[in-house]
Design a protein around this ligand. Structure first.
Ligand code: SF4
Length: 391
């Protein structure tokens, strides 16, 4: 309720139907959320694609299959660029990556309206657009016409054949990748290989097929599954085989699966492989990683040499007075400890930490949610046997 009133005051929302908005999860009503890959704008919610593992379960929104608009595009862009966390030409942005797909027929005009509005302002921020839907040659031409923002199209592909888990065929994503890559000029294309689930889509054949598909992208980013309580309950309610017996706060990708993929991509033809979204995006644009993963040295052991040099050249450990000065504008950071790998602190929430992380291009972690060596920020499931103090 408070969020809706606050937004109404701030941006004079005229199109939110308050009655329906009130029944939404508060996090969905707020169209802006700071996520690790960027400040995320989500003023359209609802998706008919029905992936069983969708994060919309977490917002109790899985039943909303028809995309609905919370506010007009122009207002949404104004809200985004006047947000206290937005820094022109610096803050990475994401469009419609939480509760819909930006290339659905009903959503696509709004995706382009937002991109073109940001571009017309001469902004040079990264903008990430994630889809698993159809990308046409005409879409590519329109993306190529953007002259200022750094657009990355991340095309989600899993290779999962069980249509109870993923009703939309992975062939659509594979075709979109081929089209997007063929016509890419001003924008870049990532083969976003996810969610990789042991026993479901990680066979040698799946990995070989992924290598082939990866050749239609400037880079490949691979990752696992978010398996939260709400998603587990959904799997149980519809009788789907559960991918894991446990849930986890972070994405799950067991070390054995990761090792097989890294090994497979190290030989033969494939596009460069990355564990982290921002690393793949930045490599594709030939710029250093904006999340500062370079401090977490083991993340970089699969990175191409030219990209290692780019990141090494700008990597700098922030000083305490710089951190204190910026942090006091957003919250109350306590017990700040600076290491070679990251800044570890208390008192700031995830979104506040991402603001600092992108400002300094250095990792900021909460003391209560430790990042252990060689885990690559993933859940413990499948990594229990890896000695956390051993490189
Ligand atoms: S050098 Fe490291 S931080 Fe930079 S893009 Fe590569 S993996 Fe990421």
């Amino acid at each position: 309720m408070g969020t809706i009133n606050q937004l109404s005051t701030l941006i004079k929302i005229s199109t939110i139907e308050k009655q329906s908005a009130l029944s939404l999860h508060p996090e969905l009503v707020n169209p802006i959320e700071y996520r690790k890959s960027g400040l995320s704008l989500n003023h359209i919610i609802g998706c008919p694609l029905d992936c069983a593992y969708c994060v919309r379960h977490i917002f109790d929104n899985f039943q909303m299959r028809k995309p609905q608009m919370l506010l007009p595009d122009a207002d949404a862009v104004e809200y985004l660029i006047s947000h206290s966390y937005f820094v022109p030409n610096q803050t990475p942005l994401q469009i419609f990556n939480r509760a819909t797909d930006p290339f659905l027929r009903e959503v696509k005009p709004h995706t382009f309206a937002v991109l073109e509005d940001l571009d017309a302002r001469g902004l040079r921020n990264h903008v990430l657009v994630i889809t698993r839907y159809q990308v046409t040659r005409e879409d590519c031409a329109r993306l190529n016409s953007l002259s200022s923002i750094k657009v990355t199209l991340l095309i989600t592909y899993s290779g999962i054949a069980d249509n109870r888990i993923e009703p939309i065929s992975s062939a659509i994503a594979a075709k979109s990748l081929a089209t997007a890559y063929k016509y890419a000029d001003r924008y870049r294309v990532i083969f976003y290989w996810r969610p990789i689930i042991p026993g479901l889509n990680d066979s040698d054949e799946h990995i070989q097929r992924a290598k082939e598909i990866s050749l239609c992208a400037h880079a490949t980013v691979f990752t696992g599954l978010f398996y939260r309580d709400e998603i587990k309950k959904y799997y149980q309610s519809v009788g789907l085989p559960e991918p894991y017996t446990e849930i986890a706060r972070r994405k799950i990708l067991p070390s054995l699966t990761e090792n097989r993929i890294v090994q497979a991509f190290s030989t033969g033809n494939a596009s460069p492989l990355f564990r982290k979204t921002s690393c793949g995006v930045c490599y594709a644009h030939a710029v250093p990683d904006y999340n500062g993963h370079y401090g977490i040295r083991e993340v970089c052991d699969i990175c191409p040499p030219e990209q290692l040099t780019r990141c090494a050249d700008v990597h700098r450990i922030p000083k305490l007075d710089e951190i204190s000065s910026l942090a006091k504008g957003i919250g109350k950071a306590k017990n700040v400890k600076i290491t070679q790998r990251s800044v570890i602190l208390e008192g700031l929430n995830e979104q506040q930490r991402y603001f600092l992380q992108h400002a300094f291009a250095f990792q900021f972690h909460d003391v209560a949610k430790p990042h252990r060596i060689r885990r690559h920020g993933r859940a413990e499931i499948g990594w229990e046997h890896v000695d956390p103090n051993h490189f």
